[in-house]
Structures are given as structure tokens and as C-alpha cells.
Design a binder for this molecule. Sequence first.
Ligand code: F6P
Length: 323
Amino acid sequence: MKRIAVMSSGGDAPGMNAFIRSVVRSAINRGLEAYGVRRGFQGLIDNDIEQMDKRSVSNIMQRGGTILQTARCDEFKTKKGLRQAIRNLNFHGIDGLVVLGGDGSLTGALSLHEAGFPVIGAPGTIDNDLGGTDMAIGVDTALNTVLDAVDKIKETASSHQRAFIVEVMGRNCGYIALISGIIGGAEMICIPEKPFELMDVVRLVEKAYVSGKTHCIIIIAEGANHSTHAIKKTLDARIEEAGFETRVTILGHIQRGGSPTAFDRLLATRLGAAAVDHLIRGESGKMVGLVGNKITTTPLRQIIDYRRELDMSLYDLARSLEF
Ligand code: F6P
């Protein structure tokens, strides 16, 4: 192993720059040459690859986004795209690749491994929907962003005596909603893993109103079985029962930006160095992750085939703290 490349892929997540810095610096300090692939798998196909040095990753640790940029790329899913990507890696004499991203990106990483190209994956997604790691890079920062928003929304909600529906990201996974609901003290948490009826929401808001609460915060995951719009419409139509007027805040992509937290910077730095170590040891087809504060590896095949289950005891915990 003489020359390795790193890329970020899929949705960006805070901490990606700290990861890139760690890969580049660890590789160079172990006597390797480091390359960066721009725009994920799209850049691999377009041969958008360049050498990086220690200075090219200076002063990026605290920045959100990714200096290598990222993309979602359907072309890579074709045999032609995969072959072109490997041709470009070979053209630069690259012996191993580190791929940082979510499940789509790690599926791409697995295709490279199965085609015989050495690759190590790392979890970078705010959704925290991957197995093989307790936390993915970006999750902690996204949670802090949501928490900050919920704290602020609660203030205005209380002042006006309103109910708020706060929609958070997570694709099909309720992790962000569940955790931010617990730590933000939400009155109700709506997640795909726990389907609910629209009337359940009306009853809950009514209960909050009758019990004398000055606000009612409902945190809903974007993948929940009823949409934010449907809940708002139902609450508006039944305002006599619900008591509170309702407002909606969709947090959207602000959850993907911002300076990474201390946790994400450290996680990214540990995982980046570990990815390089595993490539040097001749390993491939694995994802580095954090399990019980230890850096571990899990086969990429396992990550792709087995979806991470949400820990529903946390949902029960939220319910046990009900107002
Ligand atoms: O996977 C990260 C994520 O932010 C999801 O939570 C969300 O559903 C999706 O990406 C949004 O994707 P895009 O930025 O392509 O709209």
C-alpha cells in the first residue's frame, strides 16, 4: 500500500472535514501518499482526483460540509460506472480507498471491494441508521442543532400558548426524532418505528392543554406514517378539542450544516486514522465504527444487509417521562 484516496459521499454530515484531515495526515505520517476524490462516486467516474498534502487539510476541522464535496450518483450503480471508477483509480496508481458516507455510499464501497479493489468504509450520516457503530459522524452535531431549535421554539410556544409540530430529518429512521424528543422534553414523538393515528395526536394535545401546559411540542421524523401537513390539518380542524393553535417548523437541511461538536470531531479523527490502519494491514470490505467507545470493524456486507434497529427502550423511556 503506497497511495490511498479518500472521498465523502451521499448527504454531507458535520465532521466529514475532520475525517478527511485525519485520513490524509495519518496516511502521510505513515509514509503513504494521499489523494482526494471530489464529489464522491461521481468524481471517481469523472476522474476528479487530486493529490493532497498536510497543508491541504489545515484549518478545516471546525468547518461543516466537506472540502471534497459530495454527490449522490446513480451512474456508479451500473457496471460501466464501476469499471470507469476502477480505471481512474488505477490510472492514479491508487492502492486503496476510504469511503465516508451513509448506506448508499457504503453499498458503492462494497461494489468496489467485490470487484477486487481494496476499500474501507466509514459511517458519515446524520440519520444514525447504520449498524456496526453506536454513532455515525455528524449525528451528535445534528442532534445539538435540533436541540437548540427546540429550546427556542419552546420559548415562543409558551409565550403564545401554542402547539408546535417540529419536523426533523432521518429518512426512514426515527433516531434524530427520538433522541431530540427525549432531550428536548417533547410532549409527543412521532417516528416510523411506532405508527400512530392522527386522533392520537389530537388527544395528546388536548391532554396537554387541559393539564395546564403552556405549550405542546410534537417532534416528528420525516419518515413517520403520517405527514406533518396531515397532522397540522387535523389539529386545525379540531381546534376546539385540541385547545392550542398549532404552528409548524420544518428544520430541514440546517441539520446537516454547522461546526461539528467535540464528539463528532473526536469520532471522525479516530475513525479516519483507523481506516488508514486497516488499509495498511491489507484489509478490505469493512466499515470502521464506534462500539462501546472502542473502534471496531464490521463487514460492509453485514452493514448493507442488516438494518440497524432503533432501541425502542428509549421510546419507552420517553413515554415514562410523560407530563
Ligand atoms: O441521509 C441524510 C439526509 O439528510 C436524510 O435525513 C434526508 O432524508 C436526506 O438526506 C435528504 O437528502 P437531500 O439532501 O438529497 O435532499
